[in-house]
Design a protein around this ligand. Structure first.
Ligand code: B16
Ligand code: MG
Length: 212
């Protein structure tokens, strides 16, 4: 086989938490009277919480202190976590679940490479606590995507060379991170627009075809 491991992004790949990020950011943007739509939300995919807020603030004409920025990002995270608390095992699709099980059966190591500091909580909610061989997330990185750090750390935790790992991503920033880390990548959803991934997935289970 071409790869020894697959490193999955979480939000927008394993589960659809991206819609909750949107809802939570929208509440903050509305509070501040900032215009915010799906197109701006797509620029937040894969980037850290504070970087996301800085992108939203590009449309803000007022003045905001660093302390207020921390307070607003915390408020966003509380709204987001409240939405996550309603998630359960049914929020993991059969397609994703069956593909993960089949990949493991074929002997591949499976890891998460996510910018989110809520990764472990989300995995628990959808019934995947303890499933992955390694988790690299927003808690162990200094630079978020498009920096390759989160994926390089995942490869390191798996004790594998980065070239032996393939990345699955829904964010353009994530595909750029994979390229910088010299790793092959498979794009799904919004990441298809980057046109820079090694593979383009029409559906998640196509991973089973491309790894052959
Ligand atoms: P949190 P991923 C990313 O997760 C999201 O795509 C991005 O929108 C979010 O800002 C980032 O996590 C940080 O999330 O606020 O939960 O720490 O796509 O890299 O799995
Ligand atoms: Mg994502």
């Amino acid at each position: 086989m071409k790869y020894e491991a697959i490193i999955f992004d979480l939000d927008g790949v394993i589960c659809n938490t991206d819609k909750y990020h949107f809802e939570a950011w929208k509440a903050i943007a509305d509070k501040l009277g900032i215009y915010f739509d799906e197109k701006i939300n797509n620029r937040l995919r894969g980037v850290s919480r504070m970087e996301s807020f800085n992108i939203i603030l590009e449309k803000y004409s007022g003045v905001i202190s660093e302390k207020e920025k921390i307070d607003y990002t915390e408020e966003k995270n509380n709204i987001y976590k409240e939405l996550l608390s309603k998630m359960c095992e049914r929020d993991l699709s059969d397609e994703v679940k069956e593909t993960l099980i089949e990949l493991r059966k074929r002997g591949l190591k499976l890891a998460i490479g996510s910018s989110s500091k809520n990764t472990k909580y989300i995995l628990k909610q959808i019934g995947l606590e303890g499933f992955f061989d390694a988790i690299s997330d927003g808690n162990n990185i200094t630079n978020s995507k498009p920096d390759p750090e989160v994926f390089l750390k995942a490869a390191e935790y798996l004790k594998l060379q980065p070239e032996k790992c393939m990345i699955v991503e829904d964010a353009v920033a994530g595909i750029e991170a994979a390229i910088k880390g010299k790793m092959d990548s498979a794009a799904i959803g919004d990441a298809l627009f980057s046109n820079k991934a090694t593979y383009n997935l029409k559906s998640f289970n196509e991973i089973l075809i491309i790894i052959k």
